[in-house]
Design a protein around this ligand. Structure first.
Ligand code: SAH
Ligand code: SF4
Length: 399
């Protein structure tokens, strides 16, 4: 008998057997203020008894304490009356995901394993560089997509992060780096975390609203104040959300391109079966116009013998013609059981030269934090280890 899977009839199999959990928020108890947009914060303060007339001022004050000063305790909000502080403390909390472990690489890269509500875990990476520092944040626990070269894609358990859990990653990294301003001290303009990339675990455009709200908080001109041009969102190519990213977030865009024919891209980035190269490129052509933004970054992982030929480089240049772009070549980072090998240095440089000669910047990304498995595509939290197999659950049920 031939078994026909529904996917074979046309719909692309872009997800594997994943266990997608609903967003899990603690029920009852004080509401966490981290992650509320200004409007949501206003509503929450009013619901707790703040007179409407004062609401705007109170939002400004509380916002500044949380996101500018990094205060977690309402008692320290000294410009608020004591009884108002007590009202806040009775109704709200200011909490971040919990840092479970922190590893520091020999090159200075830091990787945090962070626990969120429900006991799930994600990874956050801080990459210090000359004159700047980049924080790589996660948008989901695991990822529903299954790019064949990506460690995160092998993690079966998936849950969207809340806006608070996304902003919280930046705040906990600032805690660790000691990067909150000190009251009364001269203003220090140097920033340890000067840039942020949504390139950790997960597909940010499959968690659009939470990512957007989190970025609104991060970009707000009071508080964390990272400019939209210092934030890069990387997507595997969720075409319908690309224009929305331009309109509702306005940050820089990176796209995981990785192949120059649909045949190869289908294998590497399976979402290509739903939105192929042509459809993706059409969405990308509109992006800079919609955001009035800079170039789009095309990420291209270098896999030996798979996508790294001279012909690939020439095809890539032809495909992206007309799009303001830079091509970021990522030497493949290995992980246990990975089915690919990294292209040789000579091959990567030859590929880069072809692109460069066609007039595009083609930087080769230096792998960072490889010794602590913090490099691109190596992130995978152990959450699923706690998960029991169907067989185990069935066996236990039968006991
Ligand atoms: N899910 C988003 C963002 C996270 S991945 C996306 O796919 O764009 C950040 C980048 O690392 C992506 O370009 C991804 O394709 C790439 N990547 C994944 N696994 C990798 C690996 N093992 N080696 C090198 N790059 C990898
Ligand atoms: Fe998900 Fe990105 Fe990894 Fe693909 S590369 S599986 S989209 S995290």
């Amino acid at each position: 008998m031939t078994v026909v899977f529904p996917q074979a009839a046309g719909a692309a199999p872009i997800t594997q057997d994943v266990l997608t959990l609903p967003r899990k928020l603690p029920e009852g108890g004080p509401i966490n203020l981290v992650g509320l947009t200004r409007d949501q914060l206003r509503d929450a303060l009013i619901a707790a008894g703040t007179p409407e007339k004062q609401a705007k001022m109170r939002v400004g004050q509380v916002w500044q304490w949380i996101y500018h000063w990094g205060v977690r305790d309402f008692a320290q909000m000294t410009n608020l009356a004591k009884d108002y502080r007590a009202l806040l403390a009775a109704n709200f909390q200011i909490t971040l995901p919990e840092v479970v472990t922190r590893q520091v690489s020999s090159d200075g890269t830091r990787k945090y394993l962070v626990r969120i509500a429900g006991g799930h875990e994600v990874e956050v990476v801080y990459i210090p560089e000359e004159g700047r520092g980049t924080l790589c944040v996660s948008s989901q626990v695991g990822c529903t997509l299954t790019c064949s070269f990506c460690h995160t894609g092998t993690q079966k358990l998936v849950r969207n992060l809340t806006a608070g859990e996304i902003v919280g990653q930046l705040m906990l990294a600032r805690d660790d780096l000691g990067e909150w301003p000190v009251q009364g001290a001269p203003k220090d303009e140097t920033r340890l975390i000067s840039n942020m990339v949504l390139m950790g675990m997960g597909e940010p455009l499959y968690n659009f609203e939470n990512v957007r709200d989190a970025m609104k908080i991060v970009m707000d001109n009071e508080g964390l104040t990272l400019s939209r041009r210092r934030i890069t969102l990387s997507t595997s190519g969720v075409v319908p959300e690309i224009a929305r990213t331009a309109q509702e977030i306005g940050c820089l865009l990176a796209v995981s391109f990785h192949a120059t024919t649909d045949e190869v891209r289908d294998r590497l980035v399976p979402i290509n079966k739903r939105w192929n190269i042509e459809t993706l490129l059409a969405a990308l052509r509109d992006y800079p116009r919609l955001t009035n933004s800079e170039r789009i970054t095309f990420e291209y992982v270098m896999l030996a013998g798979v996508n790294d030929s001279d012909a690939d480089a020439h095809r890539l240049v032809d495909l992206i013609r007309g799009i303001p772009a830079k091509i970021n070549l990522i030497p493949f980072n290995e992980w246990p059981g990975a089915p690919y090998k990294r292209s040789s240095n000579n091959r990567i440089h030859a590929f880069a030269d072809i692109i460069h000669n066609a007039g595009y910047a083609s930087p080769i990304r230096t792998p960072r934090g490889e010794d602590i498995m913090a490099a691109c595509g190596q992130l995978k939290s152990a959450t699923e280890r706690g998960r029991k197999s169907r067989a185990q659950i069935a066996a236990e049920a039968a006991e």
